[in-house]
Ligand binder design. Structure first.
Ligand code: PLP
Length: 458
């Protein structure tokens, strides 16, 4: 054994203590750490031949890399849609590495059952029926990818071919209809060989990001009975808007289509009595995307995908081999998602659900919703800014009251202040800023600090 490795093996408890003390210092400093670090390119150093041991690696990381890392796990990182990491999720994530399970095969441990239990808990948390079976993937993009892969197989079934067997050439033209699909849907269609051009945007309602259901009905009508895919959006990334899922699902009485719902973060609206109605009809979807590294507050990377058609899912993702066995009626995860081997992502989610339960997670969601409203009110009261949409969920979308092209400078000034991180977007042709609330750590004091940073930046 390499001497550094041997030395480390002999002092695992001390090394874990040292890493833990270092981690605690980072966590204690999160509130005052500049929220985002403008990236300064670092050139790679040569690979060390003799290594430095864990203590040496820790010292090198602390000196060279950690100071440039953002406070993404903190309370004022409002860019993209970024959750934090609850204490229990962190414990679960550490133990994921300690136990180093590969849950995709059911041959050697109970880890796959922990994953099944976690999915059942998530379903219960979000009020979804057991008919929707799930599996873990790395994020909402992969969840959309998996859902649309199953949809593609369904389209093949409608036309009497298996795309998993014969490839997309056997499918012919594909129509994917959506109001304001997230960019990851186009990416998924590209990866699936269906092509980004298969996505046909349908008009949204005036001043909204929700699809106009009558326009969607007309677009389906025009397909004249040809099966299609509809991607409904439950929580758009710019303004947290929701399609009318119940009305969309009802269109299946007249038109054949696979209903995929991107509820990456919007699914968690189920935990707020004032917002749960926005998800009315979600249970009728054929496949659903739910991200966990957003509003469940587990660390990257983690999401689930859910579907009613596990048979089609298995057709797409099965990986039969003599040493792995065949899928059978209750397939191992190796037959259900793109990866053959992966970490036990479910453990961090299991820990946070076991530690805080429905009530703890509902409190996080309700608090974030209240904080988004509070920031919305503060911005509406500032003459320099104007809201571009009402705060429907956890995203505040706004721009400058004057020339909106200056909003990029505002974003930069806020980042440079170290107080907060918000990301830019374009909403209905207008350059804008978005503040997305999804962290368990964020408080009213944080909103006040963000509002002050914004008022100084304009
Ligand atoms: C609605 C929606 N779908 C999909 C995604 C993609 O998520 P991920 O980056 O986890 O793949 C996002 C990310 O913000 C999103 O908001």
């Amino acid at each position: 054994m390499d001497s550094r490795l041997g030395d480390d093996l002999a002092q695992i408890p001390e090394l874990i203590d040292a890493t833990s003390a270092y981690a605690v210092r980072i966590l204690d400093g999160l509130a005052e750490r500049p929220v985002a670090r403008p990236p300064a390119r670092r050139e790679p150093l040569p690979l060390p031949a003799p290594g430095a041991g864990t203590r040496g690696a820790l010292a090198a990381f602390a000196e060279r890399w950690e100071p440039g890392f953002s406070a993404g796990a903190g309370s004022r990182y409002l860019g993209f849609v970024t959750g934090g990491c609850t204490p229990a999720a962190l414990a679960g994530d550490w133990l994921t590495g300690v136990l180093d399970q590969n849950p995709t095969s059911g041959l050697d441990s109970t880890a796959p059952d922990l994953e099944r239990e976690t999915i059942a808990w998530l379903r219960e948390l979000l009020g979804l029926p057991a008919a929707l079976q799930g599996a873990f993937v790395s994020g909402a993009t992969m969840s959309n990818f998996a859902g649309l892969a199953i949809a593609r197989e369904w389209l093949g079934e409608q036309r009497g071919v298996s795309i998993a067997e014969h490839g997309t050439a056997a499918l012919g033209p594909v129509h994917v209809l959506s109001g304001r699909a997230h960019s990851s849907v186009g990416k998924a269609l590209s990866m699936l060989g269906l092509g980004r051009a298969a996505l046909r945007p349908v008009d949204v309602l005036p001043t909204r990001e929700a699809v106009d259901v009558s326009r969607l009905a007309s677009a389906l009508e025009a397909l004249d009975g040809e099966p299609a895919i509809v991607v409904a959006n439950a929580g758009t990334v710019n303004t947290g808007d929701f399609d009318d899922l119940r009305a969309i699902a009802a269109l299946r009485d007249r038109h054949p289509f696979w209903l995929h719902v991107d509820a990456a973060f919007g699914a968690f609206a189920a935990l707020s009595p004032g917002h749960a109605h926005l998800l009315d009809g979600l249970a009728e979807a054929d496949s659903i995307c739910v991200d966990l590294h957003k509003w469940l507050n587990v660390p990257y990377d983690s999401a689930i995908q859910l579907t009613r058609r596990r048979d089609l899912q298995t057709r797409v993702f099965q990986n039969s081999a003599a040493y792995l066995g065949s899928p059978g009626d209750d397939p191992d995860f190796v037959h259900l998602t793109p990866e053959n081997s992966r970490r036990l992502r479910a453990l961090a989610a299991w820990f946070t659900l076991a530690a805080y339960g429905r009530e703890g997670h509902a409190e996080i969601v309700r608090r974030d919703l209240a904080l988004a409203s509070r920031l919305g009110e503060r911005i509406a009261a500032m003459p320099a800014y104007r809201l571009l949409a009402p705060v429907r969920l956890n995203v505040v979308c706004f721009t400058l009251a004057g020339d909106p092209t200056g909003i990029g400078r505002v974003a930069q000034a806020v980042t440079d202040s170290g107080e907060a991180f918000l990301t830019t977007t374009v909403y209905d042709g207008v350059p804008a800023l978005r503040a997305a609330f999804s962290s368990w750590r964020t408080t009213e004091d944080d909103v006040d600090r963000v509002a002050k940073a914004l008022s100084r930046a304009c």
